[in-house]
Design a protein around this ligand. Structure first.
Ligand code: CP
Length: 315
């Protein structure tokens, strides 16, 4: 694979290879000296057209720990503000010979389009409500480390599924690894063609959480609700917010996840989110750096092979 645009094109073996390498980087990240030279001499540009804390910071740290020259484009201060298009911006930066482009964009499909216009490896850091592949991979690594496996688990994904690229990438990944997926949320926040996903759908937390091994909460994504249904926070928390009382219905050793940023008291109880006996939210953030290191390392290896082939052919 030349890019990481989504989970869709990955085979289970690709996912396992990436997670195995990420496990090694997770061990490295716990050491005092965290540097390697996997990306030495390569240039990484991060372009975030939408706000981010975790993804932006972890891609930057991942690149630096792998020895790349990392540049963060301040998109708010860029010539996009003067009317330059996404593609013109991308081809302009491409002329500076980057090797890796990390892109987050509010429109679904924008990162795929951009990948067709540049000759470096592109990583999707989240595009609209389409995919957020590195999030699903870091969630998978967190689950595998907590549960000892990534197959035949029962996973509940709860809340605003309709607007969530995190849910979409996770449904695809967890489905490929043969897990049972339950979606829980108000019918108004479920995607239109939900039957295509091969999942079970619930609008009641008690029923949906019964016996599950993993409870994955999602943020209410008001920025993508464009005037449609916006539930009242109190009512939403009462019915769909995760607290200790609702968690009783899951398996006794079920783990609690949230991709962040989280709204305490809206989709999750603050105390439960901080309870390290149940919540792996901090581990998810930690694994984010390791997974992004693995993804960029593997893409850089591919890039080097491709360039060697081209140089042999005299291209
Ligand atoms: N989970 C996630 O993508 O968080 P950020 O929006 O802060 O990057």
């Amino acid at each position: 694979h030349d890019h990481l645009l989504g989970i869709e094109p990955l085979a289970p073996a690709d996912i396992a290879t990436l997670l195995d390498l990420a496990d090694q980087y997770a061990a490295l990240n716990r050491r005092e000296v965290k540097h390697t030279d996997a990306l030495t001499g390569l240039t990484q540009i991060n372009m975030f057209f939408e706000n981010s804390t975790r993804t932006q910071a972890s891609f930057e740290l991942a690149g630096k720990r792998l020895g790349a020259d990392v540049m963060n484009m301040a998109m708010q201060a860029s010539s996009i503000k003067k009317g330059e298009t996404l593609i013109d911006t991308a081809t302009t930066l491409n002329a500076m010979h980057p090797d890796l482009l990390v892109v987050r964009h509010p429109q679904s499909g924008a990162v795929d389009l951009l990948a067709q216009k540049v000759n470096c490896a592109v990583l999707n850091a989240g595009d609209g409500r389409h995919e957020h592949p590195t999030q699903a991979l870091l969630d998978a690594l967190t689950i595998r480390r907590a549960k000892g496996r990534l197959h035949r688990l029962s996973v509940a994904i709860c809340g605003d599924i309709a607007h969530s690229r995190v849910a979409r990438s996770n449904i695809i990944l967890l489905g490929k690894m043969e897990n049972r997926i339950r979606l829980i949320g108000p019918p108004t926040l479920m995607p239109a063609r939900i039957d295509e996903f091969g999942v079970e759908v619930f609008d009641d937390m008690e029923e949906g959480l019964k016996g599950v091994d993993v409870v994955m909460m999602l943020r209410l994504q008001r920025e993508r609700m464009d005037g449609g249904f916006i539930p009242s926070e109190r009512e939403y928390y009462h019915r769909f917010g995760l607290d200790a009382e609702k968690l009783v219905h899951a398996a006794p050793d079920a783990i609690v996840m949230h991709p962040g940023p989280m709204n305490r008291g809206v989709e999750i109880d603050g105390e439960l989110a901080d309870d390290v006996a149940r919540s792996v939210i901090r581990e998810q953030v930690e694994m984010g750096v390791a997974v992004r290191m693995a993804a960029m390392d593997l893409l850089a290896r591919r890039l080097r092979v491709r360039r060697a082939e081209q140089s042999d052919k005299g291209v």
